[in-house]
Design a protein around this ligand. Structure first.
Ligand SMILES: Nc1ncnc2c1ncn2[C@@H]1O[C@H](COP(=O)(O)OP(=O)(O)O)[C@@H](O)[C@H]1O
Ligand code: SF4
Ligand SMILES: [Mg+2]
Length: 384
């Protein structure tokens, strides 16, 4: 099934970007709320080549879903401020209105959401939900749409697909429902699939099956994929590149093999330590990250991971670290005292020798250090 191309000869087209499927440049998304402006996504940039997989990882509230929705233009229409560029096949689609985006949704970019129960319509039969999308985008007749729907359900591993077309979502198990949402997302042959925590709502025994299914479909269709997860373990073996998000910002970004061999950002290190290990019978987290994610309304000065960081020094509370290249230029990170460097080792040793609690810098002069308790707690806040 071939996807229809969107019209590309638009103002804003950038000829050099045609080799890349998707290029996001300095994308920011803010929400105006009664409590102030929420900086949900802050200056995120990445590129995605055809057929490749980008993993987006971070704790709950780090901006993963807002980022995916911002790229796809699926944000609420009110109280949203979005800036930056989203080049899709060379065309900046950031300014596209709903009508133009509707030609992109499904046929060019599609999304699989976390909870299949909320993305499926509970009062419509599965068959209707799949064929509606096919008829809208591909303009096929009813009988062709039904045949295609059966083929799609077969390809996503649903047994007796003809019978399932007449089922309602509640008649299927969670895993089968997620297979249906994947079939719907694939229906019009998108070139990019956003899979936003596609297994989080599922039983642990079917999680791997769904991830395998996504990988298999991606390979067969030569689709690019953005795989979003709070769990670094989920994306570890399934991505070409990983982008770690914290408080709406990218804090580390690298090809997957490079990242796991050379973690630089203490937050990534903390996420790694929190990956559940198979050898632990209960799959319990090895080490929870202490503290809470940062405030997104009026974000604090300095590094927003400081209150939870074992390496923190006074400089971290004053200056926001920029995203800089590591030894491998495809690897970028934000940190003044990176893991695995002499500066990082010194910072950690200094904090440990001083016996200060995590989040307090041993380098601060005594007055600042005692005040640092309040600085640290001012950084650590509840979600907006
Ligand atoms: N419509 C909205 N209005 C205000 N704040 C929002 C809205 N949607 C998301 N947020 C906030 O943006 C932040 C990032 O959310 P989200 O992208 O859903 O995080 P994640 O997917 O990483 O768990 C959160 O603090 C969330 O509360
Ligand atoms: S060492 Fe400093 S800059 Fe690096 S993550 Fe920790 S607090 Fe942030
Ligand atoms: Mg989310």
């Amino acid at each position: 099934m071939s996807a229809r191309r969107i019209v590309t000869a638009e103002a804003g087209e950038h000829p050099d970007r045609r080799a890349t499927l998707l290029e996001v440049v300095d994308l920011s998304t803010r929400f105006r709320t009664g409590r102030g402006v929420v900086h949900a996504v802050d200056g995120v940039s990445f590129t995605l080549d055809r057929g490749k997989t980008l993993g987006v990882v971070g704790e709950s509230g780090s901006g993963k879903t807002v980022l995916s929705r911002s790229v796809m233009g699926l944000l609420p229409s009110r109280n949203v401020i979005r800036s930056g560029h989203v080049f899709y096949e060379g065309t900046d689609i950031i300014g596209f209105d709903q009508k133009r985006m509707s030609r992109v949704w499904g046929a060019e970019m599609a999304m699989v959401f976390q909870d299949p129960m909320t993305s499926l319509n509970p009062v419509l039969k599965i068959g209707t939900q799949i064929t509606e999308s096919l008829r809208h985008h591909l303009r096929v007749d009813k009988s062709d749409a039904r045949d295609t729907a059966v083929a799609l359900l077969t390809s996503v591993g649903i047994p007796s697909p003809e019978q399932r077309l007449d089922d309602y979502p509640h008649q299927l198990s969670g895993g089968m429902r997620q297979r249906v949402t994947i079939a719907i997302a694939l229906a019009c042959g998108p070139k990019v699939l956003f899979a936003d925590e596609p297994t989080t709502a599922l039983d642990v025994t079917v999680q791997a099956q769904i991830l395998d299914l996504l990988a298999e479909q991606q390979r067969e269709r030569h689709m690019a994929m953005i795989l979003v997860s709070h769990d670094l373990g989920v994306v570890a073996g399934r991505t070409d590149e990983i982008m770690v998000m914290y408080g709406g910002r990218v804090v580390e970004q690298a090809p997957t093999s490079v990242l796991f061999n050379d973690v630089k950002m203490p937050y990534t290190e903390a996420l790694l330590r929190s990956i559940p290990r198979i050898e632990h019978a209960s799959h319990q987290r090895l080490e929870a990250i202490p503290g809470r994610p940062p405030k997104l309304v009026s974000p604090p000065q300095g590094c927003n991971f400081a209150p939870r960081c074992r390496y923190v020094q006074s400089k971290c509370l004053e200056e926001t670290p920029p995203l800089v290249p590591a030894g491998d230029p495809s690897h970028r990170f934000r940190c003044w005292f990176p893991v695995g460097t002499p500066e990082g080792a010194e910072a950690l040793a200094r904090n440990e020798a001083a016996g200060v609690p995590v989040g307090l810098p041993a380098t601060a002069p005594p007055a600042a250090a005692s005040g640092a308790t309040s600085t640290a707690s001012a950084h650590t806040t509840e979600e907006p």
